[in-house]
Design a protein around this ligand. Structure first.
Ligand SMILES: Nc1ncnc2c1ncn2[C@@H]1O[C@H](COP(=O)(O)OP(=O)(O)O)[C@@H](O)[C@H]1O
Ligand SMILES: [Mg+2]
Length: 475
């Protein structure tokens, strides 16, 4: 066999998890082999047959191949040459529906202050993250490669529980980059994919989302205590080895800042102790195959180097380059086209003069990819694709988070009619993007000026301190 194809079967809402899972797997495998000779990764599979068992399935997707070299992978794989791994899952309700979500609180001593919840627990896979994986666009396939690495690591450790003795591997991932670049979203969606991909091993997956800010306390010794208790709670949950625990620590620089820099700055020992506690606690998880820790940081430079060394997977997540901006906007606009909020009479705005083209390629219903447009439309044509790409070039420097809001912004601000014409939406989008980049440049200038002023203040204070010292010595 060349490798394994991952097939994900989502059960309809209301079908409880574990529902005749083995029977469904067998039946799906039989049906796929019966109705297909080959399948394409990244597509949904339709099955014939009227078995009531299959009626419980909401959708069936071919989501990947164990040895894929391409991401996104759209390879066609022969079913004779590849194994099938069928993963049956159902989505837990979103947190507000309460049943899939528990708030947790680390037990506090009676004589210590009461803190707000340091983390939420969410059962995975969860409806809250449905569609998130598909919506994220990065320059490199960081999601796919990280997913593959973590799945392999967990399986390997599971197959050989003593391997931690000889390997320094830990299930730890650090995502760093500027704010709004999609680090938290990537961690959440990775946790979701892991819960499905590893559902043959773990009956339950729990996601713990921790805001590191909540652990930091100005009371002496409190931060260390809170960190210690938090890790103890995670360790207790991990004792149940049929349970996969994914922990997301957002803005980890708060609790794992560089000890060296703190010592140089003569800072109080609190942050140094906090970092020590994080390192000590992380080391305890070295032998656990069912704990995956994901950290995000906007300030990688301020992290402790021993902490960064413990992150076996490290990825830089950047604000989107033009190609990614185009894809993010295209996905969002296509969502509006699909649900009829936006309509489009033609994607071709200006007929091209190239006389060699005799037939106009049929206009697609959704904005096609640039690859499609390059094949079907001459490069001289003005189309929805060329217009959107031109607009994407204007959005340089805007974060993914900012971009996601701009399509809605354009729609609400400038478009009166609904459904609205795609051409009008693009004009409005250009206006809001021009404004957003202008504002961003102004904010940047202001920040630079503030930094310059601050360094003036710092110089002044240093001089003042030096003067005082000199005076002190003289008197
Ligand atoms: N590369 C991206 N592709 C698509 N959407 C993105 C991207 N980056 C950010 N977003 C959008 O912005 C939202 C917020 O991003 P988030 O993960 O909170 O950023 P960060 O944690 O890096 O500050 C995401 O939920 C997503 O909707
Ligand atoms: Mg974040």
């Amino acid at each position: 066999m060349l490798g394994t194809l991952y097939v994900e079967a989502r059960l309809k809402d209301g079908t409880y998890h574990g529902f005749r899972e083995q029977e469904i797997r067998t039946e799906v495998a039989i049906q796929i082999h019966r109705s297909h000779k080959e399948v394409k990764v990244g597509t949904a599979v339709r099955l014939g047959g009227s078995l009531s068992l299959l009626a419980a399935i909401e959708r069936l997707d071919i989501t990947g191949h164990s040895k894929s070299r391409e991401f996104p992978d759209e390879t066609i794989y022969s079913l004779v040459q590849n194994d099938l791994e069928i993963l049956v899952y159902s989505l837990w309700p979103e947190p507000d529906d309460s049943s899939g979500n528990e708030d947790c609180q680390v037990n506090e001593d009676e004589n210590t202050t009461s803190y707000p919840h340091p983390f939420d627990v969410l059962a995975l896979p969860n409806r809250a993250f449905d569609g998130l994986w598909e919506s994220l666009v990065y320059q490199d396939p960081i999601g796919e490669l990280t997913l593959r690495a973590l799945v392999r690591a967990v399986r390997k450790r599971r197959g050989d529980p003593t391997s931690w003795r000889t390997s320094s591997w830990q299930n730890t991932l650090l995502l760093h980059g500027p704010p709004g670049s999609g680090k938290t979203a990537l961690a959440q969606t990775l946790a979701q994919r892991l819960s499905i991909r590893l559902s043959n091993i773990f009956l339950v997956t729990k996601l713990l989302q921790i805001n590191a800010h909540m652990l930091f306390s100005h009371l002496f010794g409190d931060t260390t205590k809170k960190i210690g208790r938090l890790f103890e709670t995670i360790a207790e949950m991990a004792l149940n080895d049929s349970q996969l625990i994914v922990v997301i620590f957002d803005e980890v620089e708060t609790i794992a800042s560089s000890r060296e820099k703190a010592a140089q700055r003569n800072e109080p020992g609190e942050s140094i102790k906090a970092t020590n506690e994080v390192l000590r606690s992380l080391d305890k998880f070295r032998r656990s195959s069912n704990v995956i820790s994901m950290f995000t940081s906007n300030l990688v430079g301020s992290l402790d180097s021993a902490f960064v060394d413990r992150c076996c997977l490290e990825e830089e997540v950047n604000i989107p380059a033009t190609e990614c901006v185009f894809e993010i906007l295209r996905k969002e606009i296509n969502g509006l086209l699909q649900c009829g909020i936006v309509f489009c009479e033609t994607m071709i705005y200006e007929a091209w003069s190239d006389s060699t083209v005799t037939t106009r390629a049929s206009t697609p219903n959704l904005i096609p990819s640039r690859q499609w447009a390059n094949i079907h439309w001459p490069s001289t044509a003005t189309t929805a694709v060329s217009e959107l790409y031109r607009i994407a070039m204007l959005a340089k420097g805007l974060s993914g988070r900012k971009l996601k809001g701009l399509v809605t912004n354009a729609q609400y601000k400038y478009l009166v009619d609904e459904p609205s014409d795609l051409r009008d939406l693009l004009v409005a989008l250009e206006a809001v993007i021009r404004k957003a980049t202008r504002q961003r440049t102004n904010v940047g200038k202001q920040e630079e000026e503030e930094a310059a002023n601050q360094s003036d203040v710092a110089k002044f204070l240093t001089n003042l301190e030096a003067d005082e010292n000199a005076n002190g010595m003289n008197s």
